[in-house]
Design a protein around this ligand. Sequence first.
Ligand code: IPE
Ligand code: IPE
Ligand code: MG
Length: 250
Amino acid sequence: MSSCAPVSSETSIVPRHVAIVMDGNGRWAKKRFLPRFFGHKAGVDSLVKVVQACIDRKIEYVTVFAFSSENWKRPSDEVSGLMGLVLAAVSRYLARMGSMGVRIRIVGDRDAVSDKLRAAWNEAETATQHNTKLTLSVAFNYGGRWDVVQACKQAMRAGVSPDQLDEAKLSQFMAMSYAPDPDLFIRTGGEVRISNFLLWQVAYSEFVFSDCLWPEFGETQLDAAIQEFRLRDRRFGGVKTADAVAALGA
Ligand code: IPE
Ligand code: IPE
Ligand code: MG
């Protein structure tokens, strides 16, 4: 578990795809005796800064968990506040994201959201579709289990037979089929769980859990997470080349 403390970092290897559970907005607001909504508002500002920091570090894909399939369980005023906040964020930041070179994608079940929100998302996706600096996927009304089920449904509708179905085939129907799997998975806010985020895609991601509350997460904490990622020995079930050579010699 890393803290908010600064660490030094080099600029060699960077993860190509970073997935982030932006958790801790409510606690950030509570610490300041503010309604939870203000934590979510500060969270949006934090997101914009982190996206710029990722562009500066040449990270190609950032996927953030903004609203889970389970977040509907929250009090209705918080849910409606979040919906309003997304609309406000699109109108406030879309042009800026565009000029930063960000391509926006929304992943999640769009059926349950308002027509107005769906229209805002379509606008955000269309306006930024040709940008190439970084792809920002916003997971909204998203659940990892939902994703697996919707992919299975789509595959069945496309006429894929049980014999044709394998991991590569099902991947083509997952909500984020356009992106490589996340290399680095960051969760802020101190909880050490996935909370139904990208279940299928994180099979070999490196996990970094930070005690930092999301509105306080910035470049320093991003660099700390990247530094921790660099120290990991990714084996994907195999062995390191040096160890394999040593084993041959034994
Ligand atoms: C994450 O922050 C944002 C959303 C789930 C929308 P939380 O609202 O979960 O913040 P905490 O965990 O209560 O502090
Ligand atoms: C995960 O955070 C969802 C988002 C950050 C959008 P939660 O706050 O909803 O997760 P739990 O309830 O602590 O598992
Ligand atoms: Mg939370």
